[in-house]
Every structure is written in structure tokens, then in C-alpha cells.
Write a protein that binds this ligand. Sequence first.
Ligand code: UD1
Length: 430
Amino acid sequence: MEQYIIRGGNPLVGEVEIGGAKNAALAILAASIMTDETVVIENLPDVRDINVLIQAMQSVGAMVERMDRHTVKVNGSTIRDLTIEDDYIKKIRASYYLLGALLGKYKKGEVALPGGCNIGSRPIDQHIKGFKALGADVRIAHGLIITEAEKLKGSHIYLDVVSVGATINIMMAATMAEGQTIIENAAKEPHVVDLANFLNSMGANIKGAGTDVIRIKGVQKLHRTEYSVIPDQIEAGTFMFAAAATKGDITVKNVIPKHLESISAKLMEIGCEIEESDDAVRVVSSKPLTHTHVKTLPYPGFPTDMQPQIAVTLALSEGTSIVTESIFENRFKYVDELTRMGASIKVEGNTAIIDGVRKYTGAHISAPDLRAGAALVIAGLAAEGFTTIDDILYIQRGYEDFEIKLRGLGANIEKVSSEKEAQKFKLKVG
Ligand code: UD1
């Protein structure tokens, strides 16, 4: 089993190139099967979640060919099967985007029902509500969600909760419905906008993505396109907090600074300097950091996917900070691990009360999920001594070459798969 081993204490300094957004790429990949013509997708991150979705697409007969590490060619004309098996859904929930794509294109799709997830219960009632409003029959049998329609008809849908997944799934199906669909209380995340732009480049007629009302005029057919995925806001934000927590100076390159505003604002509030240019953001952490309050919210609020990274940083900042998680109920599982490194955090319901400490000390810990795993890596980089992190498979789901990029910033971090390799690293870095 692979682990990260880290010797902390180095300020991270330098430039890091940010890859394509995983969450946008998942939606775009799924939507790419909606035409029978060939689609080329660029700036795709080479991470586990993307590779599993590609396998799920291939399992139903789609042709997906990698042209290089970050570019794929997709052709959905060869799809013969409309059932996405359990295995893929177990590995990544986002396989359920294929349901909206298959329903839109073939008016039928079956996907194994996503199970529980380790950041809390994640219902899909809003996805189902949307499909039903479009005229589809949705039923659950033998662990599958089966959705089928004679024809899809545009509808007026009001989402009860702001859901990225439901907005994306409904948008895909509605793209090939008859007439107009209006999604109200839609998610405004950059990846929702990126999917709408991608679908429009294939001939869809979607307006308003990025606001809370999305209007979709259905089309009968979609066509070929070449499209480049937007930069990953969360990967960028993770490196920005790595700069803050290690007292470093990092420039994240190839980003859209607008997407990072809520993150930059919090970093400034706690005492970092931020410099923005057209496609880069520099974070300098040279002063002692101070406490703040933060609550996760749908975009443009502070992202839940950055909650562990800010908490790890606030736990090293002067004073008492309060972090409120309003999206997922079980997103504080990293707190026990962080406590083992010396943090002082009390969790009450969906709130973490953090009393800043002067330093972390290295420990043997485990990554509880993707973003918390990345946050614990930041903690290890800021800590005194050696930290070993288990279950890094979670981190590899969403960060391409994480340890390589960190080493480029001066971090002492190695991916090891045996005690011997761990010892070798310890001897090397002393
Ligand atoms: C997506 C992101 C995830 C991010 C999350 C919130 C992808 C692949 N994943 O997840 O990284 O943390 O957005 O920004 O893009 N809900 C319902 N009913 C539904 C759907 C959602 O009650 O049918 C609730 C959820 O339980 C949660 C909230 O709505 O409390 C937001 O979830 P949602 O935006 O759907 O998250 P995901 O799309 O699963």
C-alpha cells in the first residue's frame, strides 16, 4: 500500500502549474458521448476519478482514446449498452453523470444507485425530481436507477437545494429534450458553466449558466467539438493554502483568478499577501497568521472542497477560528488526525472551533477522503519532523502528480510503498 512520507518544516516557494478541473472534466467527459461525432477534450487531468469514468464509458461501448496524457478523443456512436455497472459507481459517484447523458441521447439509462460516501449522506432526490419533470419514468430496481422516456419534454424545475450534480445531470438531459427547460436555484459553480460552454460548443442552446436560472432550449442533435477544460479551482486553492501554512511564497499558474476570489479573500483576511495577474495568483505568507470565521457555501461562497485546507491553516493561526460546514455533514473526519499532530480543535455539530497552536509535530496518520487527505499533506509539510500518511489513494483521485508538484516547490515528500523505501527517504533527507 502506498503512503506519503514527509519531512516538514520547509516553506514552500516557487511556481506551480495547475491542471484541468477534475469536476468539470467529469461532467464534460460524460456529456461527450451525447453526439455520434468525434469530440476532442483537452486539459483533462490524469487522475484516478477521470480514468475510472473513462473505463465506465468504455464499458458501455464508447470509444475513448488518449491522444496524449491530457487529451482524449471520444466517440459515442459505438455505444451498445445503456447500463453503468456497480463497480464504477462504487469507485466514483460522478459516474451517475452518464445517466443524464444517456437519458438525453437515448431516452434511457441505467446506473447503479450510488451508495453512502464518507463525507456524509448524499441523496440524489433532486436529480430524480428533474428527470421526472422532463417526463422520464424513474424507478429503482435491483440496486439500479432506471430511467426511461418515450420522449423528453422541457419543463420548469425548481431545485430545493443548490446541487452541482443535479444541475449538471438535468442540464445534460434537457439539452436533448423537446422545448424549453428552466432550472431555478441552479448551482453556479465554474464547472457548471464549463459544461454549459462545452454543450453549447456541440450545438446545444443553454443560457444563464453561472446564474441561478439556467434556460435550455432542447436540440435534436449535437455535433463534434474540440474543447479545453478550465483550470482546477480546488487544486489551485490547495497550493495557495500550502503557501500560507508553510510560511511560503507560491505562484499558482494557469488559473482563472476570478474562480479563486473567495479563497484569496480569506487568505488576505488571515494575513497573507495576494498578487493577481491575468492567469496566476501569488500567495506570500511572511507574517504571523491570524484567526477568522468561515462558512462553506455554494459558489461564489467559500467551497466545501477547501474546508479542510483552510482549517489546517487556521489551526496554526493566532487566536480562535470558527469553521462552519454547511454543505456536507461529515466533513470533519480529519480533525482526529490533526489532533494527533498537535492541533486544538473541538467539533460541535457542523462547526469546528479551532484554537491556534504554534506548530504541528509529525505523526502517522490516514487520509479520510480526497480533500481532507490533501489538507493533511499540508499539515505534514508545515509540521516539525516526519509525517506518514496512509490511504493516499483518496488523494490520487483528484490531484495529478501531487508529490512531484510539491517537490518542485521545495517540499520533502516521497510516495513510498515499503518500510525500506520509507527508511531510505528518512536517511536521504536526514
Ligand atoms: C459536487 C462536487 C464536490 C463538491 C460538491 C459541493 C463533483 C463531481 N463533485 O458534488 O466535489 O464538494 O459539489 O460543491 O463535482 N443534495 C440533495 N439532493 C440531491 C443532491 C444533493 O439533498 O439530489 C444535497 C447534498 O447532500 C449536499 C448539497 O445538496 O448537502 C450539495 O450537494 P451537490 O452540490 O449535489 O454535490 P455533488 O454534486 O455531489
